[in-house]
Unconditional design. Structure first.
Length: 452
């Protein structure tokens, strides 16, 4: 037995104990390994981005031909000490298989790139099983159906030395628009915030829908991009998900399109990377009014069908800036996100977050610490409906909300080797669901990321 095969089983066993998954937004580091490295040297695993190594140099050779892979697991456990109707623990996770093909290297197709990603979600949700009443998941990787998904299937063509690109296929909206990082475990601080508050038509990972996106690099540090994404409630229908979410199909029932426009800026003050985004969006699929019926009367009193609004809209501002350390490496990074949505149709109509992360703590280059605070606003428009309904329907009670769900999270990232990140975290959720009728939640979480 050679040296490489002796070492792999022990690390694979460790990964299986820690939990599975690849952070959807971090899959594919683009780092190439030196196939001359000897994995019998423990320092190899300290820096290698993949737990299973370079496959005897085959991984590098495939990348040089234009074929790269993203394999991994993410696992998130949570146990509440307070809040909800009982104390319990739940575990959930995601398995990812992906491949990026550089068509220029592989076939001489200049400017062409193809991406396919399959994901599988599993597990249970603490919010639901403990009835916390929280709007935002305390295990962000849960949701959208615990099943196999065709998460990405797209072809991109670049023109004019990469300044202009067109992407077509099955795409998750949040992979291209809004904030992209997902180091924290609470959904308030993870991924594109618009999808966190208007998930009925803005589909974040792992859901994809047919779409087309065009991106123009206006300068070396600025860009503008516009897209149209299919809006179809079938993608969030549990019955459809179980049977078809992994298939390359086009379900009936399309209601319109989501059209986001984003402006981006990537400055490097003092040589440190930053990313600033300003976006607006409009969905011509519209949505149901939260207060009025089809006759423009309060639905809580007159009943009937909710008034259909012909359009829904919103916007967001996002920034991430490293302020100390070495570019892309050790140092301090700040981030902030603001998202607003149409008050007529969005039951959660705003979200705000602010956080700081420090990488390289205790002179360990891959260890990190992060702290963030955030708030999600529950629609006062819906709260008016709920209060009126409660007043006119004795014996029934809707939680009105109308306030802010406030969240804080602190995590420490321990990285025993570069391919594994273990992040124990503490979360505090005040006024879950934007209402003081729900008990505040304090919990311990554990997020584990393994890249293979």
């Amino acid at each position: 037995m050679n040296v490489k095969t002796r070492f792999r089983p022990s690390y694979l066993a460790l990964a299986m104990l820690l939990g599975m998954g690849s952070a959807a937004h971090a899959a594919g580091t683009g780092i190439q390994e030196d196939d001359s490295q000897d994995v019998s040297n423990s320092s190899y695993f300290d820096t290698a981005p993949y737990l299973l190594g370079n496959w005897g140099g085959e991984r590098t050779r495939l990348e040089q031909k234009g074929i790269s892979f993203q394999f991994g697991w993410v696992n998130e456990a949570a146990n509440n000490f307070t809040g909800g109707d009982r104390r319990t623990a739940r575990n959930t996770g995601q398995l990812t298989f992906g491949s990026t093909i550089d068509l220029d290297k592989l076939w001489g197709w200049k400017g062409g790139t193809f991406q396919i990603t399959i994901t599988d979600r599993y597990g249970r949700n603490l919010n639901a099983d403990a009835a916390t009443g929280a709007d935002q998941l305390v295990q962000e990787v849960y949701g959208r159906g615990q099943t196999w998904w065709l998460t990405q299937f797209w072809l991109e063509q670049a023109f004019f030395d990469g300044r202009l690109s067109i992407r077509l296929g099955r795409l998750p909206t949040g992979s291209d628009y809004g904030y992209g990082d997902c180091d924290f475990q609470n959904l308030t601080f993870c991924g594109s915030q618009a999808g966190n508050i208007v998930g009925s038509y803005w589909m974040n990972w792992p859901v994809s829908q047919w779409a087309a996106r065009i991106k123009l690099k206006t300068t070396d540090k600025t860009y503008v991009q516009f897209a149209a994404y299919q809006v179809n409630p079938k993608y969030t229908d549990e019955s459809w998900e179980r049977h078809y979410a992994w298939r390359l199909n086009n379900p009936s029932g399309t209601q319109g399109a989501l059209m986001p426009l984003e402006f981006g800026w990537t400055p490097t003050p003092n040589g440190l990377p930053g990313l600033y985004k300003l976006g607006i969006y409009y969905s011509n699929a519209g949505g149901s009014d939260l207060y009025l019926n089809q006759n423009y009367q309060p639905i809580a009193i007159d009943g009937g069908t909710a008034l259909h609004r012909k359009g829904s809209y919103g916007g967001y501002l996002s920034f991430k800036q490293q302020i100390t350390g070495t570019a892309g490496g050790e140092g301090t990074t700040l981030f902030m996100n603001i998202a607003k949505a149409d008050r007529n149709t969005a039951q959660t109509d705003a979200q705000y977050s602010l956080g700081v992360q420090y990488k390289g703590i205790f002179d360990r280059p891959n260890d990190a610490v992060g702290f963030a605070v955030g708030a999600t606003h529950n629609s006062s428009y819906y709260a008016s409906y709920a209060r009126l309904y409660n007043a006119t329907h004795p014996g029934t009670h809707l939680i009105a909300g109308g306030g802010y769900e406030k969240v804080a999270e602190l995590y420490y990232q321990w990285s025993p080797v570069a391919a594994i990140q273990i992040r124990p975290n503490l979360q505090y959720v005040a006024d879950p669901g934007g209402s003081n009728e729900n008990k505040n939640v304090f919990l311990f979480g554990l997020k584990t990321v393994v890249n293979f």
